[in-house]
Ligand binder design. Structure first.
Ligand code: RAT
Ligand code: ZN
Length: 416
């Protein structure tokens, strides 16, 4: 085979292997069917996704509160009209709706949404979840589980038996970002804590985390943090990491995931869609990884500008696992750029993507779109290797893709 034909063949082989690879989606906001209404799906949920609302509000003329007071169906109709009828749905979040509908066998060009609504209403929840997971090639996925959320806590307290496809992750934002309020809440809920983070308080907060880790069978602890997060520092967040979270994660051997760079509430009128981004100080990650070599840290960063620095930090610390193209970086040109950069600096020792899906149907598009970009970048890398004198086999490609799609996370979290 001549060189060009061989290279075209490599690209084809990679594309096939990546498109068939099974995924462990390590960060979503999805719930197992047993969580009832907390599991979101269907056309209205797809259209009121906060990624789409941020775009639709650029055209809406009505006051924010008027929109928020509308029913979900009415909101979905407004979004559909502005983003899909009056304009072409070229943005990543809009295209995602089209991909998901299309892969479900539905015609996306609808005059009104009622036909689609009728179809979704006829689906059996459990079968539908399995179908979305099958179409996305997702074997299992991590939820985001907050013990501070009343609705969610009720499900855990009423005895959720577990669902092998849905893995729990213990989310602790209120603990680290609003300590005074959370301290009060813990007190009201039977924990003997004080505003000052002394030994007794730290022990009680660790007891709280232990209770929820065991109840949820959580596989990691996670938090999202602002761009100005610093460690070490005199903040309650930094003190709680030292006194509670790091020792807790070390004792139980579970990772601590930090999602860094979100500026919450840049425009509060937009509610969930109103968060922004800022450049983060990744010295905090260097300091944490250096201070706690026995703790497994997972990090994703929200701004494009710090992705290179994050890769370099990853090269320095083996107790750091870098994952996903998060939120505003989950767009094609950045997935391609970031994945390429990571492969060049870290080999295959990272998790290429997580979906961050909030609506189960979204896993179809999120994984479809990411797979084709990851395949493209990987093919380039194997072609470069072939040019250097190393022909990769199908088995080797499969091994590498498995690593990028959850295998490396398992190795890192499992410690073998
Ligand atoms: O991507 C999102 O949906 C964001 O709203 C956030 O949930 C973010 O992913 C997070 O986990 O904080
Ligand atoms: Zn998320």
């Amino acid at each position: 085979m001549n060189k060009e034909a061989n290279e075209a063949m490599i690209a084809k082989r990679v594309d096939k292997i990546v498109s068939e690879a099974r995924v462990l989606d390590i960060h979503t906001h999805l719930y197992a069917p047993a969580f009832g209404k907390l599991l979101l799906w269907g056309i209205d949920e797809l259209l009121v996704y906060h990624y789409l609302l941020a775009e639709a509000f650029r055209y809406f003329k009505l006051p924010y509160d008027k929109f928020h007071a509308m029913s979900k169906a009415e909101q979905a109709e407004l979004v559909w009209d502005e983003l899909f009828v009056k304009r072409s749905p070229v943005s990543e979040a809009c295209r995602g709706v089209i991909t998901s509908l299309n892969r479900l066998g539905l015609e996306p060009r609808q005059k009104d949404l009622n036909l689609l609504r009728k179809w979704f209403a006829e689906q059996d929840t459990d079968e539908y979840v399995s179908r979305c997971m099958e179409l996305a090639g997702v074997d299992s996925l991590c939820m985001t589980n907050s013990p501070f959320d009343d609705a969610e806590r009720q499900v855990w307290d009423s005895g959720f038996d577990g669902d092998g496809r849905f893995v729990a992750a213990l989310r602790i934002d209120p603990l680290l970002v609003s300590w005074p309020k959370t301290c009060e809440w813990l007190k009201e809920n039977g924990y003997d804590v004080e505003p000052e983070i002394n030994d007794k308080t730290a022990g009680e907060v660790r007891r709280f985390l232990g209770h929820w880790k065991d109840k949820m069978r959580a596989e990691y602890v996670m938090v999202s943090l602002p761009p100005d997060f610093e460690y070490p520092s005199s903040t309650a967040c930094s003190k709680l990491i030292d006194a509670v979270v790091a020792p807790f994660c070390a004792e139980h051997g579970i990772p601590f995931a930090l999602m860094i760079g979100v500026k919450r509430g840049v425009n509060k009128e937009l509610k969930l869609a109103g968060d922004g981004v800022g450049w983060s100080k990744l010295e905090a990650v260097e300091n944490l990884c250096g201070a706690y070599p026995e703790v497994k840290f997972m990090v994703t960063a929200l701004s494009r500008e710090v992705q290179h620095t994050l890769c370099v930090v990853g090269r320095k610390f083996r107790n750091l696992h870098i994952f996903g193209c998060w939120w505003f970086t989950n767009v094609p040109h950045l997935i391609e750029e970031i994945t390429r950069m990571r492969l060049e600096l870290l080999g295959t020792s990272f998790t290429a993507q997580h979906s961050d899906a909030r609506v189960i149907d979204q896993i179809i598009y999120k994984w479809d779109h990411s797979r084709s970009l990851i395949a493209k970048v990987l093919a380039d890398k194997y072609i470069d290797l072939a040019r250097a004198g190393w022909e990769v086999s199908d088995e080797e490609i499969k091994r590498d893709v498995t690593a990028l799609f959850g295998g490396e996370f398992k190795r890192f979290a499992g410690g073998h």
